[in-house]
Structures are given as C-alpha cells and as structure tokens.
Design a protein. Structure first.
Length: 240
C-alpha cells in the first residue's frame, strides 16, 4: 500500500464533479463515470488518453505517493496529517487556467501563489518521517538521468524530484499525448472546464489518498481541514 497527500476539491464542488467526470472515475468512492463525448474521438481513445490520470484520481500532488516506513501505521499517519492540517492556513488560488506540461494537459494557477508553495513544502518536510526510502526500481521510474542536478538531489533526499522550488501545483487531466491529440483534448478541456476557469479555488484541506495494491486505483480515505477552513467533511473532499 502507498499513501499520498493531495489537494482534492470537496466532492460537492463543481470543480470536483467536472474533474471526476473528465477522468471517468470518482476517487472518493471509486465509482466509474461516463466521460464527456468529444467530436472525432472514440470513447476508448479518450479512455486511453486519460488512463494514468484516472488511476490517480482528480487531484494536485502535495506529498507524492510513498510506502510507510517500518513501525508506522496508516492510522498514525492520518493522525499526523490531521495535526499538521490544523496548523496550516487555507490558501486561495486566485484563478485556474489550462496548461500543457511536458505533453500532458493540466489545470494550473494563472499566476504564482507563494503561500501554496509554502504549504506544499511543509507537507513534504513535516510528514517525511513516515516515508520508507524508495527502492531502486522506484528511483529508476523517476528516470534520474533526465533530471537536473538539483532534481536528483531532491529525489535522493525526499523521494521525489519536484518538491520545494521545483514544485508546481497542477491538476493532471491527461497522460502524455502526441501534439495533434493534445490539441484536440486541450480544446475539449477548455470547453468542459469553462465554468471554473478564471475563478478562485480554495485549498482548504489535506486529503489522504491510498493505493491499496500496486497499480490499483487510488482512493480517498481522509480529508483533513486546514486552519480556518471551518468544520466540514460530513463527506470527504476538498474546497473550491
């Protein structure tokens, strides 16, 4: 089993509903959903173009997936996330936009949000005592030869190359795509997510996701409100 700490919009929010439907799966309960119809693209083609993103669920990574170190339990980890969340203020992203990142499509902040970067850094550092060191295979999957020296240093120290100054908040919508298919899906995503583009998003919780078995779909287990976010979570999810 692997654990991760993500931002996930609360399950009642429009952003959450649009993201789950786009990917074809709701990570809150594992339900399969019908993906939007896209002109000129078959259902199986759209499904294939979002396969990896669908497995991880609609989210933005704060602390990437890891195995628990010996001597730690899932309950203890979730309790630590809850304690940390209570010390961290909620963060507002002024607006979201679509971006192309290394061949895949994602929702990203329209401008830098330093408070969001600081939040992610605290999550990475403060919870790192629960993380087992990555195996050789796990390191190899990060393709260290393609990383910058600083990214390799991050990979060795934190188990992931894109943390701290290398962190970029993004909500992945597709797998890596060839240019023509990427153009088609970017246009479709712009239409699908139009109701939330350019609007503020409140990052108001740390959400724990788990991968019960290797290569199985990730599921939400707990959403812990950040300080000032109010008492909520009769259901699981995050803000926006």
């Amino acid at each position: 089993m692997r654990h991760a700490v993500y931002y996930a919009p609360r399950d009642t929010a429009l952003l959450a509903r649009l993201g789950a439907r786009w990917l074809g799966r709701d990570a809150a309960d594992g339900r399969a959903l019908k993906q939007p119809e896209i002109d000129g693209l078959s259902g199986p083609e759209f499904e294939a173009a979002t396969a990896s993103a669908r497995r991880y669920g609609f989210h933005a990574t704060l602390k990437p997936p890891f195995r628990l170190a010996d001597g730690h339990t899932a309950a203890a980890f979730e309790a630590a996330v809850e304690r940390l969340a209570a010390t961290l203020p909620a963060v507002t992203i002024p607006s979201l936009e679509l971006a192309r990142l290394g061949g895949f499509i994602a929702l990203v902040p329209s401008a830098p949000v330093p408070a969001l970067d600081a939040l992610a850094g605290r999550v990475v550092a403060d919870l790192d005592g629960f993380r087992a060191p990555p195996t050789a295979d796990e390191i190899a999957r990060r393709r260290p030869a393609t990383l910058s020296p600083r990214e390799r240093e991050m990979l060795e120290k934190w188990g992931y190359p894109h943390v701290f100054e290398e962190f970029h908040f993004h909500m992945t919508l597709t797998d890596a795509l060839p240019p023509a298919l990427g153009d088609r899906l970017a246009a479709a995503a712009a239409r699908h997510f139009a109701p939330v583009l350019g609007r503020p998003v409140l990052v108001d919780a740390l959400t724990v996701f788990v991968e019960p078995r290797p290569a199985s779909p990730f599921l939400i287990t707990k959403a812990l409100p950040l300080a000032g976010a109010g008492r909520r979570f009769a259901s699981i999810g995050g803000g926006a």
